[in-house]
Unconditional design. Structure first.
Length: 229
């Protein structure tokens, strides 16, 4: 496979950020970031908390971003919103990039969409060992924090925590004990990338609030800015 011009599905989290780094290490060029703004946190395919922060991340990476909103919480509407976004740049890219790891429904839906539009589909994290992926997030220089938890064993104290080796060990234990996805791909947790080798500037959070209900909660960023590294 030769070098391709890609549009990356970008949620602002660790996986989509790592996928971009890996794709560019392969020699591809990620020209666009596509962000789908879900109707609610019950989204089937896309992140919900702090999605507005992807604009700041796109600026930090100096990448063009396309953001589209979904009208309702349905698989069809979410995929249609994604298709609408991809069709805007269909003639400018060769393929679509995703950080999907184990979700067969996401992988197949995105791949089928690409086939319909005559594009390649690239998923460099697909079926890789989840712990190995997390270790690479850390070793590759990505700074990502947890901004949502919604699973047994994941408490309020994890909100705002940076993904590091200690946290990876905790997630591994919780995965073995409760079946929690180590990457949070089942919605168990979500992350926000604040820095990476892709970023020309880092993101600094100035103000936030934590919302907690029952056994789940979110860290919502109220104010943030780009800062020099």
């Amino acid at each position: 496979m030769g070098a391709m011009r890609l549009a990356a599905l970008f949620s602002g989290g660790k996986d989509s950020t790592l996928a971009i780094q890996l794709a560019e290490a392969m020699g591809h060029h990620v020209d666009y970031l596509i962000t789908v703004k879900a109707a609610s946190e019950e989204s089937y395919y896309f992140h919900y908390p702090n999605i507005w922060m992807t604009n700041l991340q796109a600026r930090a990476m100096d990448r063009r971003q396309i953001m589209v909103s979904v009208r309702s919480v349905s698989r069809d509407d979410e995929l249609q919103a994604l298709r609408d976004a991809v069709e805007l740049i269909r003639d400018e890219v060769d393929g679509l990039l995703s950080g999907v790891n184990r979700s067969r429904s996401q992988h197949d839906s995105f791949q089928q969409l690409c086939e319909k539009l005559g594009l390649k589909f690239l998923a460099p994290l697909w079926m890789r060992d989840p712990r190995e992926v997390l270790e690479e997030v850390v070793s590759s220089g990505i700074t990502a924090i947890i901004v949502k938890v919604a699973a047994m064993g994941l408490g309020r104290e994890l909100l705002g925590k940076i993904i590091d080796h200690e946290l990876i060990s905790l997630l591994n234990s919780l995965s073995e004990r409760y079946g929690v996805s180590m990457l949070g791909e089942g919605g168990e947790f979500e992350t926000l990338a604040l820095d990476s080798p892709l970023f020309k500037k880092r993101i600094e959070i100035l103000d936030y609030e934590i919302r907690w209900s029952g056994y789940s909660g979110m860290l919502l960023v109220r104010e943030a800015r780009l800062a020099e590294k």
